[in-house]
Design a protein around this ligand. Structure first.
Ligand SMILES: Nc1ncnc2c1ncn2[C@@H]1O[C@H](COP(=O)(O)OP(=O)(O)O)[C@@H](O)[C@H]1O
Ligand SMILES: [Mg+2]
Length: 504
């Protein structure tokens, strides 16, 4: 049966954790090298191995040196005794014999042999058994060939010896020299060192197998949180933005990463909710006027009507159509203002004049509502490079809100002031105010507080959103402060931006 790649198979693999995907592929070092756990494990193993190697090698060297030193001391000691005897009592043959023939052969553990030769190389005294252990002729030639004070030599029975040859002046006058040769059997030391070497190699070989395994386990454990995060990220979709990473027990760095990730998800969830609510609100707000028009037309067409009745129906249809087209206009405006290509048509503007125009426009409706509308500007003119029509639109939205929410007898003040860099425009009223819990949301699109609060027809809930967009387009910000029952103050703050303007 031939195997064909199928879409479902491939997609199943796509969602597998990284490690398993790698495991399923043909093993090649470069593939594994791409995984973090493999690199970490290799790093741990190499570092551990290097440390062990250095530790065992240095221990071995210290041991080797100590053994060599103790042999050298032993030889020097013997040599010293013999030299002293030869110098001070050269004719005390018995003492010499005791030292060379008896003392040496009596030793059980540290075997050593001494040969005393006269100045021409003829043997005078020899430790019994030396000829069985060492080829004495070779000992003589080796001694004259080697330069160093001591050398190693293999014995006849496979033992290793350390040999030192030295001149020993005879008598106090030192008229002639004897030659002393001392050979110490160092087979036991050699065996000890070989044992250590075997043991060290066993440790190192064991470490070769053990360290990568331990390293791999540690690395896997360290990386598990990351994989869990990846798994959570994979589970997240627009339908499932509630998913969060539970970072309990994570190491500090990864807990911080998880917290950042969760925070990002909070933000995404919030934006997503806003967008969903926004689309639902658009649909709702478009449907209402369309339904009204449709209802009026249906009722009007149900039977014959007088001219007057048709006129009324057309009139209210027109009103709904205007409302609809205003709403669509506002939505389009917001969409354009959010586009990165949105451009401002900045002009040198006298802000006092601009406020004056807005006041003139709203004076009538303010007077109808029994509200006093005034402007307050410093005596010297305030000039700023702003998009006049946009700023006028923002101020109109603010003043219309103020007029709508200020009971008769109240007042509305539009004021402006500027320093070198910033222009500040404020619209404050003595109206009904905004409850504290609603304040953070008044700039949201379609957000409206209970429309029955004011007698007029409620707006679309886009007014303050547009104010905010216009201010942000100008590179500034908007703040709102309000106290229920006392009034509301909205402050726009935008950079003056005059120096960059080309004079027109
Ligand atoms: N000056 C104000 N005084 C009291 N409430 C206000 C004021 N300005 C705005 N609001 C409240 O903020 C809400 C949002 O304002 P806005 O975005 O202009 O929408 P709209 O005016 O279309 O309802 C309004 O529904 C209103 O309740
Ligand atoms: Mg409004």
């Amino acid at each position: 049966m031939s195997w064909k790649p199928s879409a479902s198979r491939r997609s199943a693999k796509d969602s597998e954790p990284v490690s398993r995907v790698f495991a399923a592929r043909p093993a090649s070092i470069s593939r594994y090298w791409e995984t973090l756990s493999f690199r970490l494990a290799a790093g741990y193993a190499l570092a551990g191995f290097a440390f062990l190697f250095l530790a065992t090698a240095s221990l071995y060297l210290v041991l080797l040196r100590e053994l060599e030193k103790s042999t050298a001391l032993f030889i020097a000691d013997k040599l010293n005794v013999l030299r002293t005897m030869l110098r001070e009592r050269p004719s005390d043959w018995n003492a010499l014999r005791e030292e060379i023939e008896l003392e040496s052969s009596a030793r059980r553990y540290q075997r050593f042999y001494i040969r005393l030769l006269d100045g021409h190389g003829a043997p005078l005294l020899t430790t019994p058994g030396m000829a069985e252990q060492l080829e004495l002729a070779r000992l003589g030639t080796e001694a004259s060939n080697r330069r160093g004070p001591a050398f190693e030599m293999a014995g006849k029975r496979g033992h290793a010896f350390r040999v030192e040859t030295a001149l020993a002046p005879v008598g106090a006058a030192a008229a002639s020299n004897d030659i002393v040769q001392i050979a110490v059997d160092i087979s036991q030391e050699k065996e000890l060192l070989a044992g250590y070497r075997r043991w060290f190699w066993t440790i190192l070989l064991g470490a070769c197998g053990f360290l990568p395994l331990i390293g791999y386990r540690i690395a896997r454990q360290g990386i598990r949180p990351v994989e869990e995060m990846a798994a959570t990220a994979r589970r997240i979709s627009s339908m499932n933005l509630r998913e969060r990473i539970r970072a309990e027990g994570y190491p500090f760095e990864l807990a911080a990463l998880a917290a950042t990730f969760n925070k990002m998800l909070d933000g995404l969830e919030d934006s997503f909710e806003r967008i969903s609510r926004f689309s639902a609100d658009i649909a709702h707000d478009l449907r209402t006027p369309v339904n009204n028009i449709r209802g009026e037309a249906e009722v009007a067409l149900a039977r014959a009507r007088t001219m007057e009745e048709y006129r009324d129906v057309l009139g209210s249809c027109l009103e709904e159509a205007v409302r609809l087209s205003n709403l669509i206009g506002d939505l389009l405006f917001l969409a354009r203002a959010e586009s990165p290509l949105a451009l401002l048509d900045r002009e040198r503007t006298d802000i006092a004049q601009l406020l004056g125009r807005v006041r003139e426009y709203y004076e009538g409706s303010a007077a109808d509502a029994g509200v006093l509308l005034t402007t307050e500007c410093p005596s010297e003119p305030i000039l700023a490079a702003v998009d006049q029509s946009l700023l006028q639109r923002a101020l109109s939205n603010l003043v219309s809100n103020a007029v709508a929410h200020t009971p008769s007898g109240g007042s509305i003040v539009m004021s402006a002031k500027a320093d070198r860099s910033n222009l500040q425009i404020e619209v404050s009223d003595t109206g009904i105010g905004i409850p504290a819990e609603a304040l953070p949301r008044v700039f949201d699109r379609f957000f409206r507080i209970d429309t029955s609060r004011c007698g007029m027809w409620g707006g679309t809930g886009l007014g303050l959103a547009i104010v905010q967009s216009i201010t942000v387009l100008h590179g500034g910000n908007v703040r709102i402060a309000s106290e229920p029952g006392a009034g509301t103050r909205v402050t726009l703050s935008v950079p003056v931006a005059l120096p960059n303007m080309t004079e027109s």
